[in-house]
Write a protein that binds this ligand. Sequence first.
Ligand SMILES: Cc1cc2nc3c(=O)[nH]c(=O)nc-3n(C[C@H](O)[C@H](O)[C@H](O)COP(=O)(O)OP(=O)(O)OC[C@H]3O[C@@H](n4cnc5c(N)ncnc54)[C@H](O)[C@@H]3O)c2cc1C
Length: 407
Amino acid sequence: MKRRHDRVLVAGAGPVGAITALILARAGIPVTVLEREAGVVIDYRASTFHPPTLDLLEACGATQALVSMGLIAPVMQYRDRRAGKIAEFDLSLLRHDTGHPYRLQCEQFKLVGWAYDRLREIPGVDLRFGHEVTGIAAGDDGARVTVRSTRGEEHLDADYVIGTDGGRSTVRRALGIEFEGFTYPEHFLVAGTRFDFKTAMRDICSVNYTADPVEWYLLLEIPDMWRFVTPVDPGTEPDEAMQEASIQASLQNLLPRAEPYEILVKAIYRVSQRVAATYRKGPVFLAGDAAHINNPLGGMGLNGGLHDAVSLTGRLIAVWHGRTDEALLDGYEAQRKPEAVNAINAMTARNKKLLEERDPETRQRNLEEWRRIAGGRDLAYQHLLQTSMIASLRRSGLLAEGFTRPR
Ligand SMILES: Cc1cc2nc3c(=O)[nH]c(=O)nc-3n(C[C@H](O)[C@H](O)[C@H](O)COP(=O)(O)OP(=O)(O)OC[C@H]3O[C@@H](n4cnc5c(N)ncnc54)[C@H](O)[C@@H]3O)c2cc1C
C-alpha cells in the first residue's frame, strides 16, 4: 500500500482502543492514540472476560495480565429469586475448545491501565491524554482528525483512523453513520460490596444470574468485592436509585442481614441495543462500543469489542506490511457486524427477557428449560459454546481452529 502519513490514529483509549493500539504498535506500526480523559477512567462496567477472548489476547500479553489481576470463575449459575439454584454450568466442559475454560473476572479499567503502561514502553507510540477528537474528514489517501486539548485545536493526519470512542462516538457521528436500535427505558444499577455472599449463600458460585419478575439481579465475585447489577424502575430517578438507602434496600432484599452492607462502589448506566449501519467509511473504521452496544447480561459487549480489535488489527497489519492488498480490509465489517447483530445483541436481549419474565407460566417453562439444558451433558456443552462466544467466533472464522472437541 502507498502510505502518505505513515501512521494509524486510534480515537478513544478505553479497553478496545488501548488493546487495538497495543496490537498495532507491537507489530511495528506507528500509532497515535487520542484519549479525552486525563488517564485511566475508573468505571464499573465490564468485569467478565470469556474463554476465547483470553485465547485471542494471549499474543499481546493481555491474557497473562488479566489472569494475574483477576479471579478465575470456572462455574456459572442461573437462579430464581424464590426457587434458588436452577442450573449450574461448569466451563471445564470447554477444555478441548479453549486454553482458558473459565470466565475471568477483572475490572476493565485494570486492563486499560496495564495496556497504557505497555504502550508507553513502545517506541513510535504517541499516547496523548486530554485530547478530545471533535471532528474527522475522510479522504482517498487517509483521514484528517480535529482534536481539542489545552493547547487549543489542531489537525492530525493518518493513513487509517480507528474510532474506539465508545457508545456516543464522535467519530461515528461526524461520519453520519446511523446507530440503529433502541434504548431500554430502565437504568441499570451497579453496586460493589466487600461482603462475601458465599459465606451466607452457600450454594452460589462466582457468577450468578438470578431471575425475578420485579428485580432480577446479577451477582458477580471479582477480586476484592462482590458486584451486584439490577434494573431501576423507569419511574425512579437515577439520583434516587443511587441513594445509599435505596441500594441498601436492594441488597437487603437480596440477602437480609442485621447490619448494613458496606457499599464500596456504585454507578448507574443507561443501556441500549444498537449497531452501527456500517463499520467503515474509507480509511476510517469503528470498533467496540462505537460500533455496537448491548445490555450487560451475558458479559459480551467488551468481549465483542476486543474481538473487533483482533479482527481489524490482523487485517491492518497484513496490509500495512504489504503481505496482502487492501481488499482484506473489506472483510472486517463482513466478519464482525453479523456477530454483533445475530449473536451479541440477540443473546443479550434474550438473556434480559429470560431474567425479567413476568408471566408465571412462561417463567416456569424458562426455569424448566434451564434445568433441562444443564442436565444433559451435550446440551450443556452446546449452551456453553454459545454463551462463551466460541460458537460466534468459529462461525465468523476469527477463532483459530487450535482446539477441537474429541469425538
Ligand atoms: C453495567 C455494565 C456492565 C458491563 N459488563 C460487561 C462485561 O462483564 N463484559 C463485557 O464484555 N462487557 C460489559 N459491558 C460493556 C463494556 O463495558 C463496554 O462494551 C466497553 O467498555 C466498551 O469498550 P470501548 O473501549 O469500546 O468503549 P469505552 O469503554 O466507552 O471507551 C471509550 C473511550 O474513548 C474515550 N473517548 C470518548 N469520546 C472521545 C473523544 N471524542 N475523543 C477522545 N476520546 C474519547 C473515552 O474517554 C473512553 O476512554 C458492561 C456494560 C455495563 C454498562
